[in-house]
Design a binder for this molecule. Structure first.
Ligand code: FEO
Length: 217
């Protein structure tokens, strides 16, 4: 059972994460309406990640016999002046979420709720990454998007973002491959070929070594 005060903060955090999803969906909406489909996709992926954050906390509370109350989600749209305004708002928002996560962690520490502290460690790391991403995006916009061509290229780059980055996909596939039942031969052959391809793309000079590593079926 989670400490009562900590549980109340976690419950609020579910709402904040869903609000984050709503906010990023609104940003995606802003860019879609202006034909910047790469920016729109970047924020759409972000929105889906935020929902995942909310569900992680929801699952943690449920698994620890702690009641969840779903609260109303605030309307996000306040209108934006321009692209930089959106990006700055996203960074400010992530900084506020970081503060919120830190507050829960400190309360968990105060209440000797070690399990929640351990659970929140993932969020603390994730917030570091999210702030970095938001800052990098502002830097890129300032440096590269001073003209139509720069904006076009940045829009293209952002459109390549997927829900899982390539590193995570690789990790997942590798784990899945090694724990797949031995009799799923077709599945193993298929995954083996995907794994080999992605490894060879990443490490072209290590072809022989890794080919051998992923070949046995
Ligand atoms: Fe889940 Fe971006 O905070």
């Amino acid at each position: 059972m989670i400490n009562e005060k900590v549980a109340a903060l976690l419950n609020e955090q579910i709402n904040k994460e869903i609000y984050s999803a709503y906010l990023y969906l609104d940003m995606s909406n802003y860019f879609d309406a202006r034909g910047l489909d790469g920016f729109a996709k970047w924020y759409m992926v972000q929105a889906r990640e935020e929902l995942d954050h909310a569900l992680r906390i929801y699952r943690y509370m449920q698994d620890n016999d702690s009641a969840v109350t779903l609260l109303a989600i605030e309307q996000p749209s306040r209108g934006y002046d321009n692209t930089l305004d959106v990006l700055n708002t996203a960074l400010e928002h992530e900084e506020s979420v970081t503060n919120s996560i830190h507050t829960i962690y400190c309360e968990a520490d105060k209440q000797h709720d070690l399990r929640t502290m351990e659970f929140l460690q993932w969020f603390i790391n994730e917030q570091g990454e999210e702030e970095t991403n938001a800052r990098d995006l502002i830097t890129k916009l300032r440096i590269f998007a001073n003209d139509g061509k720069g904006l076009y290229l940045l829009n293209q780059e952002l459109g390549e973002r997927e829900l899982w980055d390539k590193k995570e996909q690789g990790r997942f596939l590798a784990l899945f491959y090694f724990f797949m039942p031995p009799n799923w031969k077709n599945g193993r052959i298929y995954l083996s070929s995907i794994l080999r391809k992605s490894i060879l793309e990443k490490f072209p000079d290590m072809k022989m070594r890794y080919s051998f590593f992923v070949t046995p079926l």
